[in-house]
Design a protein around this ligand. Sequence first.
Ligand SMILES: Nc1ncnc2c1ncn2[C@@H]1O[C@H](COP(=O)(O)OP(=O)(O)O)[C@@H](O)[C@H]1O
Ligand SMILES: O=c1ccn([C@@H]2O[C@H](COP(=O)(O)OP(=O)(O)O)[C@@H](O)[C@H]2O)c(=O)[nH]1
Length: 424
Amino acid sequence: MAALPEVVFVLGGPGSGKGTQCSKIIKEFEFVHLSAGDLLRDEQANKESEVGQLIEYHIVNGTIVPVEITCELLHKAMKASGKHKFLIDGFPRNEDNLSGWTKNMADKTVVKLVLCMDCSDDICIERCMGRGAAGSGRSDDNLTSLKKRLVTFRSATLPIVEHYDKLGLLRRINAERPAEQVVFALLCYFGVMIVTVQPFLEPRGFIRALEFIFAIAAFASVTNFVGSIGFDYDCGTGKTEAVRLTVPYPFHLGSHSENKILCGATKPTKFTFFGDYSSDAQFFVGTGVLSMLWAMITVAVYLLGEQNYRLDKRLRYVDFGLTLVLATFWLAGSGAWANGLSGLKHETDPVEYIRTPQFLYGLDMAKLHNPRSGSFAALTISVLLGFLNFIMWTGNTWFLYKELKDEQGENGVPNQSVPAAAGP
Ligand SMILES: Nc1ncnc2c1ncn2[C@@H]1O[C@H](COP(=O)(O)OP(=O)(O)O)[C@@H](O)[C@H]1O
Ligand SMILES: O=c1ccn([C@@H]2O[C@H](COP(=O)(O)OP(=O)(O)O)[C@@H](O)[C@H]2O)c(=O)[nH]1
């Protein structure tokens, strides 16, 4: 399922610095800043608007415009932006706003965070008066309107702030500090927020995390393996000496030999094997390493750039394609390695070894007794892990394919009917 658009609400008293801080945040993070107040003022300035007068009335009196109007303006602006992350400043301001949003937008958006700019009334008044004096042109930057706006904030907006606090979404910011200090605190919250564990609660991310672990387990059980076999070597004097031969990765047996000085001889005796299983083993290990790298990259992308991933179809096609290729590699690699391992086990079987004609090894095989085989269990497990990886990568290919199919609207903002704006 495609991700829902993300929303961060920014609340706070008039003049607490909501607009100032939002404009700083969008420089650092890919959010679209939507000021509910600005949208209402633009609508009110539109001579053709049927609700202009109603908006003006509420703004001057510091009361709240009916949610149908605000919600429609917000929804239009979200759709028009073509983006997926929104910083909504000055909304929801009362119970009516909250229930209107819940009714129309809650199941089509995800509220990631609610920021509350804490600021005393005196500072709010001082800032708004300063804004008015600097020529904001706002009909509500005067003492009479300000007092009403502050009352509305305390009585209507603070219960909404508390509502989000109970949901665990609220972050309070001391907004009385200089703007640079305020933005620093805010950016920390945003930095934490962009790391999302959400994809790992869904099959795609969850399986990918497992794939990372199992890919490492599969190839490490091969690369770390050093097998061994052993015999007793008859010195011919009634004494025997134990011989241990190693079978190391990458199992290019033909090029691996061991020289042992036995029974006090002056010259070493050369023990060697035949056969080469390195291509099977290395293909398997290569698949494991590639899978680990791809899983590592995608886990990082899911954690830090999930929204971009969901919005950028190319990324998802690349993920789907590579996952499919790696699933195929796991099947081929595990099959080949299973076959290689059975050859390797046969070739390094100490019973077979001592039965081999003498001319092949240049050794007097009659002197070798009591064959002892080492354990190849780790390699058998590696084959099983390989097939398990095949199942996981194939399963994930299916989930990625399904996600590609379950496309949402172009810009991620769902198409939905918006309540009609109320008349004046
Ligand atoms: N931290 C701050 N310190 C001092 N002045 C600020 C601070 N933040 C905002 N201001 C000023 O206060 C006024 C109101 O800020 P604004 O961001 O428009 O508030 P709001 O959007 O909450 O109404 C503006 O003139 C702005 O420059
Ligand atoms: O969701 C909203 C946002 C704003 N307003 C009105 O717009 C005014 C100005 O809001 P804004 O957020 O621009 O300014 P602030 O009061 O926070 O400085 C408010 O007093 C309300 O009358 C509203 O009714 N609903």
